[in-house]
Each structure stands twice: as C-alpha cells, then as structure tokens.
Design a binder for this molecule. Structure first.
Ligand SMILES: Cc1ncc(COP(=O)(O)O)c(C=O)c1O
Length: 391
C-alpha cells in the first residue's frame, strides 16, 4: 500500500469545481430518481462490531448493491443522464420519468452506446430498457462472462473488445459518432462534458439519501469519507456533494484505488497535478476501478478537495469483502464485490496492521472517528466472490 497527502488541495478551486453540485441540482436528480417505479432508498448500516474491533468511533456503510436491482450504484447516473438527454431534446426540463416516457414514445427509438467494465453498461442497458430505447455496450478484453450476460439480459447488444478499458472508451466514442448513436459515457474529455456531468449528478442521490439517514447531525458528524475511484466520477460526485452540503468544511476525503490502476494517485504524485494516464492491462480483480485515465471533471474536484490518495493491492479489497460478508458480532452481512469493498478493506487494514501506524496517525483515525464508506457493488463476479470468500 502506498499513500500520498494531497499537495493540491485548494479552497478556491474546490469552490469552483464543485460549483455544479448545488443543493438545487442534487434535488433535481433526487426528484427524477424518486419518480422511477423501481426507486427505493438503499440501506445505510452502522457496523458496531467493525468499529469495536478496529477501535473506531463509528463505521457507516451505505450499501448500493440493491440499487434498482442492478447489484451496483451505476443505474443512478445512467438513468439521470438519459433523462437529461431527452429533457433537452424535447424541451422538458425537470420532468418525471412517466412524463418523459410518454413524450419519448412518440419518436422512433434511439441507440445509446457506452464502454464499460460491466456495472455502468448494465446501468445504461437498464436505462435503455425502461425508456424503450436500443443499446450497444462495449466491454474491455477479459470481461467476465457474467458481466456480459448482465448487459444482454436487459436487451442490449454486447461486444467484448480485445483492448483495455480506456481504449474501449475511445472505440465506443468512434463507433457512436460513425453510426449516429448517443454515447452515454461515465467519463469526460474536452467537448464531451454534458452527459458525464449529468451522470455524476445522478450519483449524488446517494449523498442526499445518506444525509437523511444519518440524522441527527447529518454529514457534519462524519470525520472521514473513503471513496474508491476508477475514472473518478463516483468519488468526484460524492466529494463535491459532501463539500457543498457541509458548506466547504467536509470530513477528511480519502481516495482509494487499485495499485495496478492508480491514475488518481499517479496524477496527485506529479509535479503539476495534471491528470495522467496509466497504460497497459491494469490487472486487478477490481474491474470497476480498472481505469487508466482520470475524468478531468472528476480529477479537478478530487485534486482540490481530497486529503489523501491511496494505492492498494487486491488483497486489501479481499479483506474488505471478507469483513463485510462475514461480519463481526451482530453487524449486518453485506455482500460486496471487489470494487465495492476496497474502502472497508483499506479502513480495516490501516486500523489493524501495525506497519501502517504512521498512516493511521496521519489520517487521525481513532476512537473519535466516524467513518463513511460506500459499498458500490454486490457480487457482480460470483466466481471471484466465491474464491475470495473461501480464501
Ligand atoms: C462497483 C464500482 N465501484 C466504483 C466504480 C468507480 O467509479 P468511477 O469510474 O466513476 O470512478 C465503478 C466504476 O465502474 C464500479 O463499477
């Protein structure tokens, strides 16, 4: 495990880059999600056994594995971005799902396309399914067959490429512009920002739910939030929402990544703090986090708001999967896939492994700490889940 204190944290930039994540914009996303027939709040668990065993004040886990029956949080972003696309096309801002669906059904179906490690593609396929649209999903080489099935089960066409995630994103973008498809990608680049920004706003529904579930005291009572990053859209959205809700005085924000795909860590380590790309196969079981290129929107937020960047081996995520899946004492049992479990695994590791005493002291983690982690997926790769739990 490697760690880095963020040298680029900056108040002015934090205000600037979190500016789109206002309470009003979060409410819009939440209102849309509330209008979906499949909407239900996901659970927030307090793990007392975990905090007692590790010497922490409190540990909260928001469990996104049940979101929309998709086994991961990603449907929040895909559905909100699809709604945003139709709202703009039909000039129907702030409409409910049913209002949009009725209006959309007057037009021929469109084709939405995306590249994905699996979870985002499943979210886009589901979004296309509920809006009665067509969908093409491109997966990187080595994608687990269960991830392909999860997409095709929802009526989308799936193609596994022979290139890595970042190259697959480029491929999906090229195919989309060649065929007139609408690219619904969860990462941004110059000139492609509207849809990824809507996707990120969609993720903030997680934060607005947590705010209600944590009452009394809301987010102000938290001391640390640990967020896992792939391209960073999830961590960036959650960090921005928390930054604004806490009036610019957020808990410590800790970003964790797989060491094989640590593009945030790598960017934070650079002299100028530009978003840097990692190349190669990025072999990690944390498929959702196996991304080599930060989304610039997300990077700007995390660069200005995060306190620490941490690079972790797969074994740390495995510890998190086991901790959550075979909980201490009477804690809720949480089924967590490799990308979902990394923050819990990191927290457990830093609190229980003496060799990380300096990091623990630096992070000021102890009996007064109240820590939030988000389990972003269930057992999306059942074979790997079984292997880890039996390991
Ligand atoms: C389960 C899970 N957690 C976290 C992430 C990270 O999201 P992002 O790529 O926006 O950083 C992903 C992305 O696919 C994911 O599938």
């Amino acid at each position: 495990m490697e760690w880095l204190e963020n040298q680029f944290k900056n108040e002015d930039n934090a205000k600037r880059y979190t500016g789109g994540f206002t309470g009003e914009n979060m409410k819009k996303a939440r209102r849309f999600h509330n209008s979906l027939p499949q909407y239900d709040k996901t659970s927030l668990h307090q793990l007392t056994g975990f905090s007692e065993e590790t010497g922490l004040g409190a540990v909260y886990v928001k469990d996104e594995s049940s979101r929309f029956g998709l086994n991961a949080f990603k449907g929040l972003g895909a559905s909100y971005a699809m709604a945003g696309y139709f709202s703009r096309k039909l000039d129907m801002a702030d409409s409910t799902f049913n209002e949009l669906l009725e209006a959309v059904s007057e037009y021929p179906a469109e084709t939405f396309a995306t590249a994905t490690d699996g979870n985002h593609g499943k979210g886009v396929a589901w979004g296309a399914e509920i809006f009665n649209q067509n969908c093409k999903v491109f997966l990187p080489k080595g994608a687990a067959s269960t991830r392909v099935t999860a997409v095709t089960e929802r009526g989308a066409e799936a193609k596994v490429t022979d290139i890595n995630y970042d190259d697959t994103v480029q491929y999906a973008a090229d195919q989309s512009s060649g065929h007139g498809w609408i690219l619904l990608q969860d990462t941004a680049w110059e000139g492609y920002e509207e849809i990824p920004s809507d996707i990120m706003l969609g993720y903030t529904t997680i934060v607005s739910e947590i705010t209600e579930q944590l009452e009394p005291g809301n987010l102000d009572q938290l001391t640390h939030v640990i967020l896992q990053a792939g391209v960073g859209s999830f961590a960036g959205a959650v960090a921005a929402a928390i930054y604004n809700i806490t009036d610019g005085d957020p808990p410590k924000i800790i970003v964790v990544e797989p060491s094989e795909a640590n593009c945030m860590f790598h960017s934070a380590e650079s002299e100028l703090g530009d978003p840097l790309r990692i190349y190669g196969d990025m072999n990690t079981m944390m498929a959702g986090l196996s991304c080599g290129e930060p989304s610039p929107i997300a990077w700007n937020i995390l660069k200005s708001t995060a306190d620490y960047f941490i690079s972790c081996d797969d074994e740390i995520s495995a510890k998190g999967m086991r901790m959550l899946g075979r909980p201490a004492k009477d804690d809720a049992k949480i089924t967590s896939g490799a990308s979902g479990a990394l923050p819990a695994g990191f927290l457990y590791e830093v609190m229980t492994n003496e060799s990380h005493a300096d990091l623990k002291a630096n992070l000021n983690l102890g009996s007064d700490s109240k820590v939030l982690v988000i389990n972003t997926e269930g057992n999306t790769d059942p074979d790997n889940y079984k292997k880890i739990m039996n390991g």
